[in-house]
Design a protein around this ligand. Structure first.
Ligand code: AMP
Length: 485
């Protein structure tokens, strides 16, 4: 087969418009036109929220385990509920962070909407709190760092979650406090102006300015502070016999940090709480909280796996983005088909390199990673080359999805099964070829520009018939340089 391809015409490599096209994990998150039950086997109930119930489900074809949030349409009758639901979907499609739940696809039928997302096997952090009563500072710092990392990332893209609490933090695996996921963007919003209005959230975790109905993104920092308090001492900072009593204590920022439960807690931990549970105007930001000495000193105790770090950094070095189709297919395989286990190595290294925990890698953070194995000059040169190849949206950082595309072992990505499934996604009419129109439909975010899509096809179209067959698709995914053939 390989020989047959090599005798055909070489594709034209045109570097222009296609280079500027940005493909994100959300590109593949679409409404599936089939019936939900045709595609998934539905299983036991995992939980329920205000408008929805969440159930376990298994993809009938590829057997992947997922969770599905089922929203009854009759509960979305009011205009505001409907708008909030649309906003939840828009926000979920934007997100790209290792500690934020990943969404795969949506369905709609006469009665319900369905949001299919990754399944977290470990249950709610809330249940862990009940089980443990309180955590040691090392565990608490690890949990809180992950929460602040999510919040700092969300705030950097102007998203406010508005319901940070242990019920909305799930453990990816049982007893694994080091891999938690933030869920439920049901009341999240995007800050359009300076302030957000309206009281929303869960009473014990609500910030004073939210009670007063005029606030900004710092309300999430407050809720994370309440969580941190509970993790350390085992009880909430603001308690009362009525909701109003609790609100009064919150508005007065009235809580204790000594006596029962606090005897053995470090002054650094208390210092961070004091910088969080204060009025909005003087409250620390999530980004600054991540740099607080309590979090930094607690995390220093971690042992690092240098061998894995070296392998993943090597994959980064060897990454070369040949064309957009390859990039899109890789991202589809990583975000939609691969299990968490398969990307775990790369994900853990990303978190380790992301020293300030903001969910993206800066040039400096990468240089620091490479400095363990190279001189300053070599590390800088290497990182500059990597940034040029991997930072495909040119925002000056390596985002989580950009990192995964480059860091996950290409051998894992290019298994026959994954390649065929990814090809089938593009080849909508199943005629064995990807046409320009099919490519347009998968990469809707790129718009309708004919020239752009022609360029993408040409880069991969070895036999020059204007379409991509499985062999051409496989060749490009297996990272064989077409120009070398
Ligand atoms: P939500 O309506 O999103 O707050 O979800 C309600 C409850 O369902 C949560 O508190 C969890 O217990 C459970 N749940 C939600 N999403 C997932 C998921 N991805 N994996 C496992 N359980 C989930």
């Amino acid at each position: 087969m390989g020989c047959a391809v090599s005798r055909k015409k070489k594709p034209q490599v045109i570097l222009s418009k296609a280079k500027t096209l940005v493909i994100l994990p959300g590109t593949f998150v679409k409404i599936n036109d089939n019936d939900f039950v045709e595609v998934y086997n539905i299983g036991k109930k995992l939980g329920s929220g205000a408008y929805a119930e969440v159930r376990f489900c298994t993809h009938r074809q590829n057997k992947a385990n997922r969770a599905v949030k089922i929203i009854a349409k009759q509960l979305l009758e009011s205009e505001s509920a409907k708008n909030q639901f649309i906003k939840e979907i828009e926000i979920l499609k934007l997100l790209d962070h290792p500690n934020i739940i990943r969404v795969f696809e949506f369905f709609e039928d006469e009665n319900n909407f369905y949001i299919v997302m990754e399944h977290c096997k470990g249950g709610e952090l809330f249940d862990e709190i009940i089980k443990h009563k309180n955590f040691n500072e090392y565990q608490a710092a690890h949990i809180i760092r992950q929460v602040f990392s999510c919040i700092a990332y969300l705030h950097s893209i102007r998203v406010v979650h508005r319901d940070i609490k242990p019920e909305n933090l799930l453990l990816e695996e049982k007893d694994d406090l080091f891999n938690i996921k933030l869920i439920d963007f049901g009341i999240a919003t995007i800050i359009e102006e300076d302030d957000v209005q309206g009281m929303i959230g869960t009473p014990s975790y609500i910030a004073p300015e939210v009670i007063n109905e005029r606030y900004n993104e710092k309300c999430d920092v407050w809720s994370a502070g309440v969580l941190m308090y509970i993790l350390l001492c085992g009880f909430p900072p603001f308690q009362g016999s009525t909701k109003n009593e609790v609100y009064e204590m919150i508005k007065n920022c009235s809580y204790i940090l000594d006596g029962y439960g606090w005897e053995n807690i470090s002054s650094d931990a208390k210092d961070l709480i004091k910088k969080i549970l204060v009025p909005q105007s003087s409250r620390i930001s999530a980004e600054k909280a991540l740099k607080h000495k309590w979090i930094v000193s607690m995390l220093k105790k971690d042992k690092r796996d240098q061998a894995t770090m070296k392998t993943v950094l090597k994959n980064l070095e060897e990454f070369n983005a040949q064309n957009k189709l390859q990039e899109a297919a890789k991202l589809f395989i990583i975000t939609q088909l691969m299990s968490t286990k398969e990307i775990k190595e790369a994900r853990d290294i990303f978190k380790e390199l992301d020293e300030n925990g903001d969910g993206k890698l800066s040039r400096q953070e990468l240089i620091k990673g490479y400095r363990k194995f190279a001189s300053q000059k070599d590390a800088e040169d290497m990182v500059d080359r990597i940034m040029a190849a991997v930072d495909t949206d040119h925002n000056g950082f390596i985002d989580y999805n950009e990192f995964l595309k480059a860091a996950v072992d290409v051998k894992k990505i290019s298994s026959e099964e994954y390649l065929q499934t990814a090809f089938n996604l593009f080849d909508k009419d199943a005629n064995g070829k990807i046409s320009i129109d099919e490519l347009k439909s998968v990469l809707q975010s790129a718009g309708e520009d004919e020239v752009l899509f022609q360029e993408i096809i040409k880069q991969v179209d070895i036999n020059g018939d204007g379409e991509i067959d499985l062999e051409e698709f496989t060749t490009i995914l297996k990272n064989v340089r077409v120009s070398d053939r």
